[in-house]
Design a protein around this ligand. Structure first.
Ligand code: HXC
Length: 262
């Protein structure tokens, strides 16, 4: 199914909603309009019970996204730029609390706001030709949607400082070594690798995956004692699901569980 979107391609098939950023001529730069469409598509994907996994990728063979739309950034007043930054932050926060796994399928340049978008996903699989960085410093600005924050949490202060202050590009292999990526594969294997992950996720209880996602994403923001307590609460909720009874019984009956997401 394809909706009325203009700057993204939004497709839903076999339980997977795919959002393809579709401005390849400008390396899928993120302007306000595309952000609005991403937001709409995410809300649809969250509400649609048939959707189990969300994939975000870029059109063309050159970029996932080269970041915020630079001409638009120049047009905006500082106040409007602040509003854009807050809006982008809200979309990315929504991605982190939406209770379905989101995979960034990275197929080229993944820079600035593009990297920030990828970092708000739950998984990042990249092709070997991908290039990463927070080049905002070269434009005389700073990352405005998590580049100084999520990146630090994901790869640590040492490398985050380096990426943010040098604005250099890094290879997929380097980013894998830093801990940013789940997997790096040749471009021709990107679909397969993503599908393999989707298949693994599809075999789980959708409800349980949602609880794990919140436990990880909310827990990391808490002091350890509270986080562990929150995990125990999440554990209780997971155990209360029909799927927990099914999973535990299936193990004892030496069969595959049939989860229903309830
Ligand atoms: C708008 C962009 C763009 C961007 C590239 N283009 N990046 N347009 N916004 N972020 C356009 C180019 O102007 C060009 O258009 C076309 O895409 C192809 O790009 P080229 O530069 O010709 O390609 P190439 O030589 O291969 O270089 C690729 C590149 C380079 C290394 C990725 O384009 C680049 O450095 N882009 C900027 C990356 C960046 O600084 N991103 C951070 C943005 S700030 P024409 O019309 O000339 O063909 C940001 C802040 C986020 O993300 C937080 C906000 C709150």
């Amino acid at each position: 199914m394809t909706e009325h979107y203009e700057l993204i391609i939004y497709e839903k098939k076999d339980g997977v909603a795919t959002i393809t950023l579709n401005r390849p001529k400008v390396l899928n730069a993120l302007n306000s309009s595309i952000l609005k469409e991403i937001w709409d598509a995410l809300q649809d994907a969250e509400a649609d019970e048939s959707v189990r996994v969300i994939v975000i990728t870029g059109a063309g063979d050159k970029a996932f996204s080269a970041g915020a739309d630079i001409p638009e950034l120049l047009e905006k007043s500082p106040f409007e730029a602040r509003t854009y930054s807050i809006w982008l932050k809200d979309v990315l926060r929504y991605m982190e609390r939406l209770q379905k796994p989101i995979i960034a399928k990275i197929n080229g340049f993944c820079l600035g706001g593009g990297l920030e978008l990828a970092m708000a996903c739950d998984f990042r699989i990249a092709s070997t030709n991908s290039r990463f960085g927070q080049p905002e410093v070269n434009l005389g600005i700073i990352p405005g949607a998590g580049g100084t924050q999520r990146l630090t949490r994901l790869i640590g202060r040492t490398k985050s400082m380096e990426l943010n202050m040098t604005g250099e590009h890094y290879t997929a292999e380097e980013m894998y070594q830093f801990g940013l990526l789940n997997k790096v594969v040749p471009p021709e294997e990107l679909d397969n690798a993503t599908n393999k992950l989707i298949k693994s996720l599809m075999a789980k209880s959708a409800a349980t995956l949602g609880i794990i996602k919140l436990a990880v994403n909310k827990g990391i923001e808490m002091p350890l004692e509270e986080a562990l307590f929150y995990e125990a609460e999440c554990f209780g909720i997971a155990r209360s699901l029909e799927d927990a009874v099914e999973g535990l019984k299936a193990f004892l009956e030496k069969r595959r569980p049939e989860f229903k997401g309830k």
